[in-house]
Design a protein around this ligand. Structure first.
Ligand SMILES: *Cc1c(COP(=O)(O)O)cnc(C)c1O
Length: 809
């Protein structure tokens, strides 16, 4: 693409343009901006060509609507995808600067909570890397999610000011701004024999597009991630200003801007907040208007829009895309209801991400109607027509079913119902999850629309989690099976030829060891804790949630610690338990769990009598960068959610790809991982979905009985209260109560024995290091099917009707 000399010259110019400085004079941040700017000049040309090609072609485009995109940083990725990484590294090395320091100077955008946002980013990556026209629509949250600190063991939330300096990757396109309307009233106007609707007295918010190029992997393809920022059309309130009320003069602007200020820090939880409803409509309205504007500009007849455009709704958060598309087609382009409805359903598709009741979005009708009067009318009409149709349909539908099917009931709008009625496809995100949707949670819809339901197991970007995050392992794999797996990761299966090759197994072990040393150094630098890289690295990193059961893990650590204290010569291998993850600021028990982990860490890490056999570490501010450091260093991957609660999980796939052994319940995609590697290469424990569902059905789970009858469990749980953990205030009473008083909703006690046995098995397995490395290699070999490239190929073929390019081997 470019030569060393040209690169050096171009970089110098870029530095002049960005900072007005030379190399020696500029600081690391300026060097970073200058390199980012140079990368953009390379990718910008490709972007322009891609756009031209896409506009001229009749190929179907995908628009992926998501409230979250957890992209991770861009610089390293863009260098890799342009094939410029080595050149850049060499250049900076020759100047005595470490390229990694430039990467460290980049702020990671916190535009997602966890798995859902990361999946959206993975899909954009795969769409681009497969050369398909597919673009993202999201919100440019100025403060993103909060940054997590730990103070006295407690989580602290610090505002994430990721945009204070500048974001070199984005392009603000002010001239393409759109109007989003809130509030007001609807007037009816009779035109001929037809009523039309006129929205009046509304408030306008400007939606300003900020575009970030999404590069494909070494394929010249560049798609777009368009994030919307909210601005007020009013400069300031001149009346208030001239009255001398300077604060009041800015009120309206501040209120408007708040729409794109922060991402709600809830994962798998829903709160009926007005600002969140505004955010969702803001995204959807700007996005739909933009899609239709583009279609019209490209000469697409809106009546056949579904042949050129697919709109994907990531969870129910952007489900208002359905009534909004109806509104634009009818009110702005004059289509009749029937035509608009047919196009809308054919164009829209929806992914469900959870079975958790507390995560199901519902909106109060009064709030909704007041804020979005026209959209409300359309939702009401969609519901009336839908209910009429099923009442008059061939299948008999019971009254209880009608209530469950209705989009509006008890003065509430049920967004999942709207999303299903208004889409041609609804998919779950792992086999078990999709089956539970069909058979249980959404069975009433399945009986009416069986053809809409399908499964699309989630995936991960193997380019990131293997090629980039674990260069050592990727190099070994290239030596063994060539480079074909880079484009066709299923070829990782070829590694199975080497499972008896002790030289290869030794290399697998030493690569893992190096990754552990790297993480141990980070732990020492950030926490001052010395961990032994020869110990088993047992990692549990994800959002802190009762259903993800960090509580079960740390209770087991307390149990182990007690065993060791009573018998320092106990025959167990040294183990380092590493945790990371943010808790929603309002989720009290999750924050208590963080505090408990940190308390146990304090005690265990400072107890000399246990001879360093146990260490506990909580790493702060879990994000994509930290995950990229942790996951390649894991020996054990903790995937221990209460069965039926984790829809898919994706970090389970990342660990597997990096050769960690999964310690798991048969939940989400863990089941599919087990199917890939076989029972000998994974450690499974706990209640299965039948048992969990039977407990729910029969209401006969009895944690108190377990607690009173099982001495080991009682001894461990009592330590939460009896001063063993060195607290005087009954600090962990609420955690204790969640088990004993409030029914242990997540079966922590029910699974404790089974978990302890599984952990013992891990210990035994690790003793045979050759066999462990063999298991590790089998896991990497089986991980190719979880590349998001394959997930996207299935979405393309089975949901969007987009022609994925043929695979060439
Ligand atoms: C992959 C990933 C997640 C999702 O993790 P799960 O264990 O599947 O919940 C969350 N956060 C980050 C930063 C990730 O990279």
């Amino acid at each position: 693409m470019t030569t060393k000399e040209a690169f050096a010259q171009e970089y110098e110019k870029s530095l002049y343009a960005i900072a007005g400085k030379g190399f020696e004079e500029s600081d690391i941040k300026e060097k970073y901006y200058a390199l980012g700017n140079l990368i953009k000049s390379y990718s910008g040309e490709l972007w322009h060509k891609t756009r031209k090609k896409q506009n001229a072609s009749s190929e179907k485009s995908v628009y992926y609507f998501s409230m979250e995109f957890l992209t991770g940083k861009f610089m390293k990725k863009n260098l890799e995808y342009l094939g410029l990484f080595d050149l850049a590294e060499e250049f900076f090395e020759s100047k005595g600067v470490c390229l990694g320091d430039l990467f460290d100077a980049e702020e990671e955008p916190g535009l997602g909570n966890g798995g859902l946002g990361r999946l959206a980013a993975a899909f954009l990556d795969s769409l681009s890397s497969l050369g398909m026209p597919g673009h993202g629509y999201g919100i440019r949250y100025e403060k993103g999610l909060f940054r997590q600190g730990i103070k006295n063991g407690y989580q602290e939330e610090i505002p994430d000011n990721w945009l204070v300096d500048r974001n070199i990757w984005e392009h603000k396109r002010y001239s393409e701004k759109l109007e989003v309307r809130f509030g007001g009233r609807i007037d009816y106007i009779l035109k001929g024999d037809k009523y039309t609707f006129k929205h009046a007295d509304y408030n306008v918010v400007y939606a300003i597009p900020y575009d970030t190029p999404v590069l494909g992997y070494k394929n010249q393809n560049v798609n777009n991630l368009r994030l919307w920022g909210a601005e007020s059309p009013e400069d300031l309130d001149l009346k208030e200003f001239s009255k001398g009320n300077l604060c009041g003069a800015f009120n309206k602007i501040d209120e408007t801007k708040s729409i794109s200020q922060v991402l709600y820090p809830d994962d798998s939880y829903y709160e009926g907040k007005k600002l969140r409803l505004k955010q969702e409509y803001f995204l959807v309205s700007a996005g739909i208007q933009d899609v239709v504007r583009n279609a019209v500009k490209n000469g697409i007849d809106l009546k056949s829009m579904d042949e050129y455009i697919a709109i994907h709704i990531n969870d129910t958060h952007p489900a208002m895309a359905i009534p909004e598309l109806m509104r634009v087609l009818m009110d702005e382009h004059g289509l009749e209801w029937e035509d608009a409805w047919e196009i809308t359903v054919k164009t829209c598709a929806f992914t469900n991400h959870t079975l958790l009741q507390e995560a199901m979005e519902k909106w109060d009708v009064n709030l909704f109607r007041e804020l979005l009067p026209r959209v409300w009318q359309i939702v009401e009409e969609i519901n009336n027509r839908f209910l009429n149709k099923i009442r008059n349909g061939e299948k008999a539908v019971s009254l209880t079913d009608i209530e469950k099917l209705s989009i509006i009931s008890h003065n509430t709008i049920h967004m999942v119902n709207l999303a299903i009625v208004g889409s041609h496809s609804i998919n779950g995100v792992a086999k078990l999850h999709s089956d539970l949707l069909k058979d249980r949670e959404l069975n009433h819809f399945y009986r009416i629309f069986p053809e809409k339901f399908n499964n699309k197991t989630n995936g991960i970007i193997h380019r990131h989690w293997l090629l980039s995050a674990n260069k050592g392992l990727a190099d070994l794999i290239r030596d063994l099976i060539g480079t074909g797996f880079e484009r066709n990761p299923i070829e990782l299966k070829k590694l199975l030829e080497f499972t008896e090759d002790s030289q290869v197994l030794n290399k697998v072990e030493s690569i893992k060891h190096n990754n552990k040393i790297r993480l141990a150094k980070y732990i020492f630098d950030t926490k001052g804790i010395k961990v032994n890289p020869y110990s088993i690295f047992d990692i549990h990193a994800k959002r802190i949630h009762e259903y993800k059961r960090q509580f079960l893990n740390i209770l087991h650590v307390i149990y182990l610690y007690d065993l060791l204290k009573n018998n320092p010569n106990l025959d167990i291998l040294p183990r380092t338990f590493i945790f990371a993850g943010k808790a929603a600021p309002g989720y009290y028990l999750a924050k208590e769990i963080i505090k408990l982990i940190n308390r146990v860490a304090d005690i265990v890490n400072n107890d000399l009598t246990i001879k360093d056999k146990l260490k506990v570490v909580f790493l702060e501010n879990y994000n994509v960068s930290l995950a990229s450091l942790m996951i390649p260093a894991a020996n054990v991957s903790e995937q221990i959610s209460t069965t039926t609660k984790e829809a898919s999980g994706t970090s389970n796939m990342k660990y597997m790809m990096n050769g960690a052994i999964t310690l798991a319940t048969l939940d989400g995609a863990n089941i599919e991982i087990r199917d890939e590697v076989g029972d000998d290469n994974i450690v499974i424990f706990g209640l299965n979905d039948y048992e969990v569902n039977a407990y729910y059905r029969d209401r006969n789970y009895d944690p108190v009985k377990i607690y009173t009858e099982n001495k080991r469990i009682k001894n461990t749980v009592d330590k939460l209260l009896n001063g063993y953990l060195g607290d005087a205030f009954g600090e962990f009473q609420p955690l204790y109560d969640s088990l004993i008083k409030h029914g242990d909703q997540f079966f922590v006690l029910g699974d404790f024995d089974s978990y302890a046995t599984a952990q013992k098995r891990i210990n035994t397995l690790y003793k045979d290091s050759q066999n462990w490395s063999k298991m590790s290699l089998v896991n990497t070999a089986g991980s190719g099917v979880f590349s998001s490239d394959y997930t996207i190929e299935r979405y393309a073929k089975e949901i969007w009707g987009v022609g994925a390019p043929e695979r060439k081997d």
